[in-house]
Design a protein around this ligand. Structure first.
Ligand code: ZN
Length: 151
């Protein structure tokens, strides 16, 4: 696949997840919860987790924001459902390297899967915080911090 064809495919995935976000609801029986803001863009998300022991049994989000922040949250929830907290931390680390342009999903070993659609985002520094907001909020929830700001 050419680079431009792949970029287009990636963009389609992001737009589709923005239009139809997965796990877009409040969890009534959440064990962990946090709220995240990205004042630069105005993105505002809430992430809910239901942990069973060490496993993310259920995860969801609600909120409002740009296409990147919503698609990122949506893809994050689908990637993390059923994973352990440790796997989630590994994914967060890899995702962070990815969106800063420090990890090439085609060459470097990774478990990112569909999250690789954000691989071009580092070309747009202002959007990096949009893409990482849901992940910072997730981390906050796991650390029992209720409110997270990207600044
Ligand atoms: Zn945004």
């Amino acid at each position: 696949m050419s680079d431009s064809a792949r970029d287009e495919l990636y963009q389609q995935v992001i737009l589709e997840h923005n239009k139809k976000p997965r796990n877009f609801k409040q969890l009534t029986d959440s064990t962990h919860f946090a709220e995240g803001y990205n004042p630069l863009c105005g993105d505002h998300l809430k992430v809910f987790l239901h942990l069973k022991g060490d496993v993310i049994d259920d995860i969801s989000f609600v909120g409002d924001g740009c296409a990147i922040s919503k698609a990122s949250a949506s893809l994050m929830t689908t990637a993390l459902k059923g994973k352990t907290v440790k796997e989630a931390e590994t994914l967060f680390e890899q995702f962070h390297h990815l969106i800063k342009g420090e990890l090439n999903p085609d060459k470097d070993p990774n478990i990112l899967g569909k999250l690789a659609v954000f691989s071009g985002i580092w070309h747009y520094p202002a959007r990096v915080k949009c893409a990482s907001l849901s992940w910072h909020t997730l981390k906050g929830a796991l650390e029992n911090k209720k409110s997270i700001s990207t600044e």
